[in-house]
Ligand binder design. Structure first.
Ligand code: UDX
Length: 429
């Protein structure tokens, strides 16, 4: 392999595009393929179709090394390591939908020079099934490597360039490709964990399921804190200093969302079930998360009585700050529940409005937080965008009909808000 081998990326969604831009930044020619012609045209014009900090700049800077195609042929011609980055959404049964992965496998030529490098999140065992499929198609010479991604939306470029670890799973028949993939990450100076394929697949699912469990755990602690008068922020601080627990992912709130946690928890639960094991803990993790999204409704009722005819302002809609991603965002369930209770909902999000409109109906989208708060009986902080912490509380109070704030992300300084004359409810405080 040359020092900086050309790389193929199949599927230029969020993972594919971030990986492509970062590999280009590391000096590789990157040949990308997507079946979405409009997206490829957009990228060829130098435009970036998703909001991810630093990505636009990186794509612009590495324009000459990034090639966007709708055909697979040029990608296979130039790149030997073919990263599969297509999406694997959940099906109605909770399994991962692997149809896009298999569409790629079907299309690839039989070649001893090429390796499939799986970045899409797939259930443990998928690599084995793909090898079986390749044998059926007389494509056994194609090598197979699992290289799961651990990028977080909103800091994906940063995460790619500064990973805490990279996992490369390759079986005994794929040593050259495992080595080649591991070598790509050498400049990043992070630990590279070499495993077999099935273990690499499981590391990804187990990591996300563990993090989701941590969130549901702290959310339940928060709910108990409310009953007994403890403050979950102080509790999390005290717990997190134990290195066995660690401080991250202990922020209580109105539930996790996004493209990974709900999908991966469900996929692992389903994978276990399919193999005859009932993963009881994950069943509770999911249930706690669903209930957590709805707890805000009772908090509002506590202060407003009935919600019929009440105006509720939602501040933030994206599943977390610094992204316009609305997948599995708590705001979608919350807005529907509030409307179900007879409330009128107005909302503001600095970047997710367009995507939110596709999922949240009957809600007035506003251009500024103050517009959303105009005449509101209560406000709910749904996403912890930093700008909400900077709001001028005097102006907010003048705009609202009644000064009630439910802080679904424990973003605000409770004492300061109360001192400004608001009724303040956080989560677990
Ligand atoms: C996650 C994983 O972190 C990443 O490694 C994987 O590759 C993809 O899934 P992402 O979905 O981008 O990344 O978001 P993340 O920052 O992990 O947050 C997920 C959700 O959990 C968000 O809705 C967030 O608000 C919520 N969360 C996170 C909490 O409620 N509390 C916390 O303490 C942390």
């Amino acid at each position: 392999m040359p020092d900086k081998p050309a790389i193929g990326i199949i599927g230029v969604g969020w993972v594919g595009l971030v990986s492509a831009a970062c590999f280009a930044e590391l000096g590789h020619e990157v040949w990308c393929r997507d079946i979405d012609t409009a997206k490829v045209e957009t990228l060829r014009r130098g435009e970036v179709p998703i909001y991810e900090p630093g990505l636009r700049e990186l794509v612009g800077k590495n324009e000459a090394r990034l090639h966007f195609e709708t055909d697979l042929a040029p990608v296979v011609e130039h790149g030997k390591l073919l990263f599969v980055c297509v999406d694997t959404p959940p099906t109605y049964s909770g399994d991962a939908d692997l149809s896009r992965v298999y569409a790629v496998v079907n299309e690839l030529p039989a070649s001893g020079d090429h390796a499939i490098v799986m970045k899409s999140t797939v259930p443990a065992g998928t690599g084995g099934s793909i090898k079986w499929k390749l044998a059926e198609m007389n494509k056994t010479s194609l090598s197979y490597v699992s290289n799961p991604e651990f990028l977080k939306e909103g800091s994906a470029v940063q995460d790619f360039m500064n990973p805490d670890r990279v996992v490369v799973g390759a079986n005994g028949d794929a040593i050259w490709s495992g080595d080649a993939v591991a070598a790509l990450y050498e400049p990043l100076g992070c630990p590279v964990v070499r495993t077999d394929v099935a273990s690499a697949e499981m590391i990804k699912l187990a990591s996300n399921a563990f993090l989701a469990t941590k969130i549901s755990f702290i959310n339940e602690i928060a709910n108990v804190c409310e009953e007994v008068g403890s403050d979950v922020k102080q509790v999390a601080l005290g717990m997190g200093l134990d290195p066995r627990i660690g401080p991250s992912f202990l922020n209580a709130g109105i539930g996790y969302g996004g493209s990974c946690f709900p999908k991966d928890v469900s996929a692992l639960k389903q994978l276990a079930g399919n193999s005859g094991y009932h993963f009881q803990l994950l069943t509770s993790v999911v249930e706690v998360n669903e209930l957590q999204k709805r707890r805000v409704v009772n908090k509002l009722k506590k202060h407003l009585g009935t919600l019929i005819g009440k105006d509720i302002a939602l501040l933030g809609l994206a599943f977390k700050p610094h992204t316009d991603d609305m997948r599995e965002a708590s705001s979608v369930v919350l807005a529907a529940r509030l409307q179900g209770e007879g409330a009128r909902v107005r909302a503001y999000d600095p970047v997710a409005e367009d995507r939110a409109k596709e999922l949240i109906t009957g809600t007035e989208m506003c251009d500024t937080p103050l517009d959303a708060l105009d005449g509101a009986d209560a406000a709910v902080i749904v996403t912890e965008w930093p700008e909400f912490a900077e709001l001028d509380l005097e102006k907010v109070k003048l705009r609202m009909k009644s000064p009630v704030i439910v802080d679904g992300r424990n973003l605000l300084d409770a004492e300061k808000v109360r001192a400004a004359g608001f009724v303040y409810e956080g989560i677990g405080r």
